[in-house]
Design a protein. Sequence first.
Length: 123
Amino acid sequence: MNGRIAVAIVLGGALGALARFYISGILPVYRDFPVGTLLVNSIASFILGYIYGLLFWGIDVPADWRTFFGTGFCGALSTFSTFSYETFSLLREREYLLAALNISANVIITISLVFLGFMLARR
């Protein structure tokens, strides 16, 4: 790994972690539903879909920018482990409907946003 790539990952990760902290802090829970986690997962999915779409449609994205956003920023922003923990906690608390809603919303919304980002990159 060259130095530029390492710096891109570190800077992207730092900014992604800060974004996650502030976004999750704004919308942590709404009626026991973890909205902040859903939002950061959605944003990261959209960004990754957009980058993938640019590459797919033949637009060159330099490696340091791909790693800045993909590995660094989105890696620190996305909270799949938090999503898993929150879902487990809802199940443990016998909040089955909220757990199912959390799983469904995170999967459907984030996959849809990857698709949206991918399609927007085509323009």
